[in-house]
Design a protein around this ligand. Structure first.
Ligand code: ACO
Length: 428
């Protein structure tokens, strides 16, 4: 490869350097495009072809179905690591030693106290408020109770902000659920690991002891690992974009939560179960819904199918499908929704519409099924995704600040009115 890309505009040729990543991904560096061409820009709605940054955190190859965090395959991490190790790996770049992991966990525990006044903010929300909106607001409000801004040139400051959010976010997530469920707000148990502690904070009833269930906590751990990062997706790009204005870590993450909420992104896991329930209520006719999904005049889409970057299979979906089978077997769950899910999956995998467009079940198709089996209410599915994605958002925010990236500011192609004279109100 020449290392140069040439572009011809109106008969004039311009050369741009190629940038090659460590996995041989090639990008045309168009940094100078506007200045050398006198204002020509690129147009790429949805950023399908635009690399917004260089990043050393996550590698994914959508065609080959590869996902790696810091060079480690998702398959190996899901099998051998726990969520906190993966958090450390994503954020700091290496797997922690035993001592590093212990210190990290202790520091997170230390920072897991949430100011009592935060409960008043939570109290102000209607009980039926969607947990993602509540969680985004509470995460943003954290800054008011922890006002010192992060000096990104200080490793210590950066570390403190990171363990703070990792400590407080599970508490906020559990509180958001408990408020909705009408349960008293509580703290966790320092003797438990990160994930078990979270589950206890979620499900402990005021009148009985919480019983640990290893199958549940292992499945949850795996789910969180699978969701921990996914390079420059919508919510992560949002975190980097907001952070690029030098807004703090907590508010950048709060913005990421809002982006994740949408049904085309993190909200898809909730949408999957709602779709399956609607199909069941309508008599369970999967063929009817397959036809709706293919009908271009019908806005219905098969939720949990398709992915912007995975065009062959979603490697996370493979792992999670196996975990879903294990959990359902171990817990002895017989769920009619599952039969509908299996029917849709089978039909879609054989249907030319889905095969031709390379639409396969994505991670959300199965994650909703596991969450449901674990007793997580449907409106908490997307907050669970947020909890899993938290280390990815932190890692990406940290990388963006340490690399001193410029403020994010895309261009546009203006297609509105040309200059026109102001019309007096009587003549409009
Ligand atoms: N059901 C039916 N048709 C679909 C679906 C679907 N789920 N997804 C895509 N298509 C069709 C489109 O209508 C389009 O058809 P056309 O070429 O005839 O016009 C074609 O497949 C390509 O679709 P795009 O929307 O261009 O694909 P894109 O990459 O932009 O979108 C997305 C990806 C948003 C995930 C899409 O597949 C979708 O809406 N899926 C359902 C929602 C979902 O599961 N989201 C979770 C994503 S994973 C995550 O966020 C963790």
């Amino acid at each position: 490869m020449s290392g140069i890309a040439s572009l011809e505009i109106d008969g004039k040729k311009y050369d741009f350097p190629l940038t090659v990543g460590t996995e041989n991904e090639v990008a045309i560096d168009i940094n100078t495009l506007r200045s050398v061409t006198n204002g020509v820009t690129t147009l790429d709605p949805g950023y399908k072809n635009t690399g917004a940054c260089e990043s050393a955190i996550t590698f994914l190859d959508g065609e080959k179905g590869i996902l790696r965090y810091r060079g480690y395959s998702i398959e190996e991490l899901a099998e051998k690591a726990d969520f906190l190790e993966v958090c450390y790996l994503l954020i700091f770049g290496e797997l922690p030693s035993r001592d590093e992991l212990q210190k990290f966990h202790n520091d997170i525990r230390e920072q897991s106290i949430v100011a009592e006044d935060m409960k008043k903010i939570l109290d102000g929300f209607p009980q039926a408020a969607h947990p993602m909106g509540v969680l985004s607001s509470l995460t943003s409000a954290l800054i008011a109770f922890n006002p010192s801004s992060v000096n990104v040139d200080s490793e210590e400051d950066m570390y403190r902000a990171i363990v703070r959010i990792l400590g407080k976010f599970p508490v906020l997530t559990a509180w958001t659920y408990r408020k909705r469920a009408g349960l008293p707000l509580d703290y966790g148990d320092d003797t438990l690991n990160y994930v078990e502690n979270f589950l206890k904070m979620m499900f402990k009833k005021p009148h009985s002891d919480y019983k640990r269930n290893e199958v549940v906590s292992n499945a949850m751990d795996k789910l969180l690992i699978l969701h921990a990062d996914h390079e420059q997706n919508c919510s992560t790009s949002t975190v980097r974009m907001v952070g690029s204005s030098h807004a703090g870590l907590f508010v950048s993450i709060s913005a990421g939560i809002s982006a994740l909420w949408g049904p085309l992104h993190g909200g898809a896991n909730q949408a999957v179960i709602e779709m399956l329930e609607a199909i069941k209520a309508d008599g369970g006719d999967t063929k009817k819904y397959m036809a709706k999904a293919k009908d271009k005049n019908d806005p219905f889409r098969l939720m949990g199918f398709g992915h912007r970057v995975y065009k062959n299979f979603d490697p996370r979906a493979k792992i999670i499908k196996k975990a879903a089978d294990e959990v359902l077997n171990d817990l002895g769950i017989d769920d009619p929704i599952l039969e509908i899910a299996k029917g849709l999956e089978k039909e879609a995998l054989e249907d030319p519409y889905f095969v031709d467009r390379k639409l396969y079940p994505n991670v959300d198709f199965y994650s909703g099924i596991i969450y449901r089996a674990l007793g997580i209410p449907v409106e908490m599915f997307t907050p669970m995704f947020a909890l899993g994605r938290l280390p990815g958002w932190i890692a990406q925010w940290r990388e963006m600040r340490l690399r001193k990236e410029p403020i994010g500011r895309p261009r546009q192609v203006y297609i509105g009115e040309n200059l026109r004279a102001f019309k007096d109100i009587d003549y409009r």
